[in-house]
Design a binder for this molecule. Sequence first.
Ligand SMILES: [Zn+2]
Length: 98
Amino acid sequence: MDEKIITRYEKKNQRLFQLIYKIKLWPARSGILHGVKNIESRGNKAVVTTHCGISFVVWDSKNCRSLRWLRNSYYKKPCPKCKIPGWKIDKYSKTGFK
Ligand SMILES: [Zn+2]
């Protein structure tokens, strides 16, 4: 595949890893919003570590639950252990990555 086409495609469809890397937040399936301490990309998957010490593997996908939630700024409540600063949650709620 042409490299230029790939680059353009990725810009148009922000990938999951890039989003997490940018906003450093992770809405868990339970609806709890965690702060991301570290994200380590390993090909088409990445190991995400939260501030409260949870580590998990996420697969890079253009259409998955977490990506939809990130784009829609969805979460139920912030994680009490991660102590995400208010401005960050504010930014997350208002920005909306559309
Ligand atoms: Zn947490």
